[in-house]
Design a protein around this ligand. Structure first.
Ligand code: UDP
Length: 253
């Protein structure tokens, strides 16, 4: 079998050259990191779950007219995506205070925000992804004012879609992070949702019990991460109804 060309290896994913021009294969690893990779572990089955969950959310977004990079799932750990130029920003949308916002502003975790709040961080691990303002973004040319309008609109549409879908299965979308990429269509360019949408990049709390079903389970040592992600997948109908043994999700193809 011909060896594929690896384009990039990140903390949780590997990108390979795709089969068609303009495509990339995105491989989901089991590697799990937190606190800028100071805490690391391999969690059996996590990559398989995130591949399925990201497929589920991105397919839904495509269907309701929010453009994403997702083309199709290839196998248990890989999906075919559109090649795009990633804007060097992490776009965070918050519905309830948690994590760094709670620490920074002294707001108790779980406090409902008066409206969704969008924040931008510069994608730079060596700096710990610092929070930046639109002034920084414009002045340093990381994105144009037109891009920022489009990014805000995409972020809020993703928030509405995800909040609704998750509400339907008893899960509160506390906050999430997306990345956005630029694709060229002849003379036109447009922005699409890229990277992944999974419990690695969202805060998901059970609506009744407040139980955490996201990466905070790993960050804060609250239990088995694969079990938490399996629960999200099971509720969304991405997993078969019968619970698999802990940490080893059985998936229907
Ligand atoms: N997030 C992410 N990648 C990052 C930073 C944050 O996916 O590099 C997600 C995180 O999982 C959470 C949201 O963005 O759902 C807000 O994260 P926060 O700023 O509170 O940072 P944290 O407390 O996770 O350091």
């Amino acid at each position: 079998m011909a060896r594929r060309k690896k384009i990039y290896e990140g903390k949780a994913k590997i990108l390979y050259e795709g089969t068609e021009p303009g495509t990339i294969v995105q491989y989901f690893k089991d590697d799990t990191t937190a606190f800028n990779a100071e805490k690391k572990e391999v969690i059996d089955g996590k990559g398989v779950l995130n591949n399925r969950l990201s497929e589920y959310f991105m397919t839904g977004l495509n269907t309701v007219g929010v453009p994403t990079h997702f083309i199709k799932r290839l196998n248990m750990r890989e999906q075919l995506i559109k090649n795009c130029e990633i804007i060097p920003l992490e776009i965070i949308v918050r519905n309830f205070a948690a994590g760094s916002m709670s620490k920074r502003l002294g707001i108790e975790e779980g406090t409902q925000l008066p409206r969704p709040i969008v924040e931008y961080c510069l994608k730079d691990d060596s700096l710990g992804d610092p929070l930046v303002s639109e002034e920084h973004i414009a002045a340093f040319g990381w994105a144009s004012p037109q891009d920022m309008d489009d990014i805000l609109s995409l972020a809020l549409r993703v928030n509405d879609f995800l909040s609704g879908v998750l509400y339907g299965v008893g899960i509160r979308l506390v906050d999430f992070k997306i990345e956005v990429g630029r694709v060229y269509d002849g003379d036109f360019q447009r922005l699409i949702v890229a990277d992944e949408i999974s419990p690695d990049s969202c805060r998901l709390w059970d609506m009744e019990t407040g139980e955490k079903l996201d990466k905070d389970v790993f960050r804060r040592d609250l239990g088995n991460l694969a079990d938490a992600y399996s629960e999200v997948a099971r509720r969304l109908g991405v997993l078969p109804k019968i619970s698999p043994p802990a940490g080893r999700p059985t998936l229907i193809n």
